[in-house]
Design a protein around this ligand. Structure first.
Ligand code: B12
Length: 222
């Protein structure tokens, strides 16, 4: 049971959360997600089975014209606030001296998924530098030069941003031929994996559970 509830209870709690998100009731959203965390749900469960699920539904409602753009903006702002609220629960007591730079490619404004990914790395002892949405390629590369991370992670939700991913990969490869690149986001639902096949040391992971397994493998191999 993803949120550690019975199916009926889980459904009810989810509906209350979605309603509160649409109404802009941040307090209730915060109360529901914190109560779930206290009742044995993991941060990843709350991220994916509550917040991600609600945002996907909000996307559908917006597409069907049932909610406004303003409501969608408000829902994503509340979701980001909730994620930031969890920070105290996220920081790992034990840091492992590994660093990651994460962000969205140019022209990509959907930054909530990659923020969740950054948090999963933090929970596993990594130090994640989160650059957020629409990071210009050269600025990203410059930052990587300064930080010298062990890995970078890139997100894109829009399929038409794939050329920006390639631009970023090529720019990174010119400076750091062997640096490992993790990629993900909804753009890959519509294809796009062929773009990354052309390069070495790049991995696509679809969700937080697979990201967690991926990190554990790396942490165990040193
Ligand atoms: C909120 C939102 C916005 C906000 C984003 C604000 C923000 N701070 O991030 C704003 C208002 C900016 C926005 C703008 C637009 N949006 Co919008 N948006 C959404 C919405 C409702 C939620 C996005 C979200 O946060 N989802 C929840 C997160 C947690 O899910 P996720 O991104 O999939 O992340 C998970 C995995 O994919 C994975 N993952 C993600 N990144 C990475 C990276 C790595 C390395 C790894 C390993 C894994 C990974 O892990 C996450 C956890 O499971 C979606 C609906 C949807 N289906 O998501 C539409 C949606 C993505 N948007 C859409 C559209 C069309 C747009 C606009 C073009 C609208 C417009 N006409 O202006 C613009 C484009 C802007 C741009 N250039 O990027 C469409 C895309 C359709 C398509 N097929 O491409 C969607 C699907 C809505 C819809 N149903 O039509 N949007």
């Amino acid at each position: 049971m993803p949120l550690n509830q019975t199916p009926a209870k889980e459904d009810l709690v989810y509906k209350q959360f979605l309603d509160a998100l649409i109404k802009g009731d941040r307090n209730q959203c915060s109360g529901i997600s914190n109560a779930l965390l206290e009742s044995r749900a993991t941060v990843q469960d709350v991220y994916e089975d509550l917040i991600r699920k609600a945002l996907y539904d909000i996307g559908e409602l917006w597409e069907q014209g049932k909610i406004s753009v303003a409501t969608e903006h408000m829902a994503s702002a509340i979701s980001e606030a909730l994620i930031n609220e969890f920070y105290a629960k996220i920081i790992s007591g034990q840091k492992i001296n590994k660093t990651l730079v994460v962000g969205c490619v140019e022209n990509e404004y959907h930054q909530i998924g990659i923020k969740m990914v950054a948090d999963v790395f933090e929970m596993n002892g990594w130090n994640a530098h989160f650059l957020g949405a629409n990071t210009p390629t050269q600025e990203f590369v410059q930052f990587v030069k300064e930080i010298q991370p062990d890995m970078i992670a890139l997100s894109l939700s829009l399929y038409f941003n794939l050329p920006y991913l390639e631009k970023m990969i090529q720019a990174i490869r010119e400076e750091f031929p062997g640096l490992f690149i993790l990629v993900g986001g909804q753009a890959f639902r519509h294809g796009g994996k062929e773009v990354i096949k052309a390069y070495r040391n790049i991995s696509y992971q679809p969700d937080l559970k697979s990201v967690e397994l991926f990190i554990r493998k790396i942490n165990n191999n040193g």
